[in-house]
Design a protein around this ligand. Structure first.
Ligand SMILES: [Zn+2]
Length: 73
């Protein structure tokens, strides 16, 4: 899974590859540009990774009913 984050300090948008368990365990994410840890996860840009090119999803929960829960549990 790739997770999109936005840096609150420099507005850099970047992706982190992590497992669901890593994320739910509170993975420490820092901005690759300015090294700030003040980052916000962008739930609207969840990228499953295996389905390349299916970007533009407007609903953050469109994948919830699929094989992997994106915001449940
Ligand atoms: Zn930054």
């Amino acid at each position: 899974m790739f997770y999109t984050f936005i840096c609150n300090s420099c507005q850099e948008v970047f992706e982190i590859k992590a497992s669901i368990s890593e994320i739910s365990n509170g993975l420490k994410v820092v901005c690759p540009k300015c090294a700030s840890s003040d980052v916000t996860r962008d739930y609207s840009k969840i990228n499953i990774g295996t389905s390349a090119g299916s970007g533009a999803k407007s609903s953050s929960c469109s994948t919830c009913s699929g094989s992997k829960g994106c915001c449940g549990s």
